[in-house]
Design a protein around this ligand. Structure first.
Ligand code: UDP
Ligand code: MG
Length: 322
């Protein structure tokens, strides 16, 4: 029988794990004529009882696999760890908080197995129950991102997706350390079926994303998929050079025609210098982002460090650190 692997990143999710387990196993039961389930719960350095809970689940149900990080490496790293350890012919990534309804797996599986898609992905048709400021920022980010990188992201796309094995292998063949998964999924291509769903509030616990984390995530998203900002900086620089050149000509001509300009232009000059300083620093920052990315890529550090890896896979279990 074919295997379906569900990868579940968990960061301080003690409040929802028991509910999630019941729900996903209910769906496993519904799909038992189609696929066997394997559920990889990735503990992303949780500080609460998450690890204890998932190991407890594994003790009574061997379909549960456990990977536990030595610290919080972030959701991207957790998804990657799951992907590298998945045995499935189909592989899903799904949140632990039940915001991604597990029954959708049935429809997603159908799309891949019977309708010829390589992947099926959920997209939120509404953003109810979400902070409006955050919803706005998120929409803006994805539209900017799409324009900058040419990477197609669909409005409302969430990290809830089922993929066929060939697609998973392609995703894993991208060896970069800075992993912006949404971009990677889009970059590898394949046919994706988009399945709209109503946004639901998380079953319990709190969102693990702070604005700081989200900002970092957006910067990573843009800089790891596009070099457009670098070109933009060049254009901006050229524009200012042209403006300066025109001003020089204007001043020279004015001096020749009217004699020197006696108007004391100190305030405007100060503003202009400040403005130029700001623009220059901003441009250096943009370049710095890319250099920083190159630096982390070149070091080739592992994406994550797992201190516990119980995936019933002799090789992987030996080499815990990927
Ligand atoms: N998550 C994680 N590491 C992190 C942050 C989040 O593994 O550093 C997991 C979290 O446990 C959850 C999923 O990623 O399963 C989505 O997080 P959350 O529900 O907090 O985000 P939101 O739904 O608010 O976007
Ligand atoms: Mg959530």
């Amino acid at each position: 029988m074919e295997i379906l692997t569900a990868i579940v990143p968990c960061f301080n999710e003690e409040a929802v794990i028991p509910m999630f387990y019941d729900e996903i196993m209910r769906v496993a039961e519904l799909m038992k004529n189609e696929v066997e389930f394997e559920v990889i719960m990735v503990d992303d350095g949780s500080k609460d009882k998450t690890l204890e809970l998932i190991r407890g689940l594994r003790a009574k149900d061997k379909r549960i696999k456990v990977i536990s990080f030595s610290r919080n490496f972030g959701k991207e790293a957790a998804m990657y760890a799951g992907l590298t350890h998945a045995h499935g012919d189909y592989v899903a990534v799904i949140d632990a908080d039940l915001q991604h309804p597990p029954e959708m797996l049935i429809e997603m599986h159908k799309a891949i197995k019977y309708e010829g898609f390589d992947s099926a992905c959920a997209r939120r048709s509404t953003r109810t129950g979400e902070n409006p400021v955050r919803a706005f920022l998120s929409r803006t980010f994805y539209s900017i991102m799409g324009k900058l990188s040419g990477i197609e992201t669909v409005q409302g796309e969430v990290d809830y997706r089922l993929m066929s094995r060939p697609m998973v292998d392609s995703v894993l063949s991208l060896a970069e350390r800075n992993r912006f998964t949404k971009g990677i999924f889009s970059w590898v291509g394949y046919n994706t079926k988009w399945l709209p769903y109503e946004n639901v509030e998380r079953a319990a616990g709190e969102s693990k994303w702070s604005f700081r984390k989200l900002f970092k995530y957006s910067m990573q998203g843009i800089t790891s998929f596009s070099t457009y900002p670098l070109g933009f900086v060049t254009k901006l620089g050229s524009l200012f050079c042209i403006a300066a050149f025109i001003m020089i000509i204007v001043i020279v001509v004015k001096t020749i025609v009217h004699g020197g300009d006696p108007v004391p232009g100190y305030p405007s000059l100060a503003c202009f210098i400040l403005f130029m300083g700001g623009v220059q620093l901003m441009c250096m920052g943009v370049i710095g982002e890319y250099i920083g990315n190159m630096y982390t890529e070149i070091k080739r550090r592992p994406v994550y460090i797992a201190k516990i890896c119980e995936t019933d896979d002799p090789d992987n279990d030996k080499n815990k650190n990927m």
